[in-house]
Design a protein around this ligand. Sequence first.
Ligand code: SAJ
Length: 423
Amino acid sequence: MPFNTISVIGLGYIGLPTAAMFASRKKSVVGVDINQKTIDTINAGNIHIIEPELDIFVRAAVSEGFLRAVMQPEQADAFLIAVPTPFLSITKEGEIPRPDLRFIESASKAIAPVIKKGDLIVLESTSPVGTTEQVAQWLADIRPDLTFPQTHGVKSDIRIAHCPERVLPGHVVRELIENDRIIGGMTEKCSEAAIELYRIFVEGECMVTNARTAEMAKLTENASRDVSIAFANELSIICDKLEINVWELIRLANQHPRVNILQPGPGVGGHCIAVDPWFIVSSVPSEAKLIRTGRNVNDFKPKWVIEKIKIAIANFLQSNPKKRVGDIVIACYGLSFKPDIDDLRESPSMLIAQNIAEFHKGKILGVEPNIKELPTSLNIELVSIDDAEVRADIAVLLVDHKEFKISGAPNIKIIIDTKGVWL
Ligand code: SAJ
């Protein structure tokens, strides 16, 4: 089946790079988004997100006429849904976060009027098990004139598959091309069509399974990483109590040929690893005991770091009796959710810095080499590494940015190093 026109619904961190990849292979790509500003930015050849190399691809795709962005879906041969799947807000303490499928539902309902016999629909958004079947049902409800895989199997008019994205922010362009791809068709024919589509730019292997397994595979990858980080974070709390250097401990244990412990930190951030495990827990709460505990351990870590900072403030006052608490300057080194990126969203470091700004009466400095300014509402002054060293009484290292590895530990008496960079 030739895919002459490809439509990507949702032009965010995954949708836009994917659209640009198809366009770079000279396919006519129509990107759809509900945000007018995003549409205007892309149609002007610019990008609204930060991702290395993406600007070059988008500029070329738009100027050569292979990519354009619109608000309303148009006819195409393949539709990729790449919209967010956030949680529903939690109303009670201890409640299990549940996925919010509102954006997938509205994307499905928006494309339903324009799909035609022979079209392929791919759900790329990270989704709880059963969502692809739900998409198929939403489409079938609106288009009784077409046949769908859930009722007509391989003979269906419309092909539907789940092909989860698995790229690492900061390396999206390279990983989109090189990573292996999971292809979860609702039928064999659906998988065949999806492979043909991804082969347009994917150089990795296309591994075929069914839609439910593909959904679970994506959730499993991120839950596995989350549980592994939770083990490291729990170790760091245990070692603090037992007066053992956790970084040395992990280094030694990892010398064993079958042990590979990850690195502790101030908590787990980002839009995937801290979110996706809940999609498993919420669907099988009684069975997913370890995954749930891992989430709780990682969510507890920022609170533990904040307690450490409060103890450091008390210790500082004890050894400097002439100082008042309002005189104490605290510098937070790193605010992004992981090293060497500028993304502050869902960042445990940001959460910690904001929390200090709420309870501490003295000055809070933020050292974040990857950003140029902070919202003034935050009450955190953005300063250079040198400035922080001169002004701070307490240093809190929250992200292992390369700049902090190069600068080495500042000459500050009290240092709380959550990433083991300066130890
Ligand atoms: N982290 C640690 N210790 C570690 C490794 C990571 O504390 O040893 C923390 C990071 O600092 C960060 C968080 O975990 O706060 C997540 O960072 P990450 O680099 O592990 O992952 P993400 O969220 O940037 O991207 C992940 C990737 N998934 C896996 O590695 C299994 C990526 O391949 C997925 O495509 C992405 O989630 C996604 O979109 O789901």
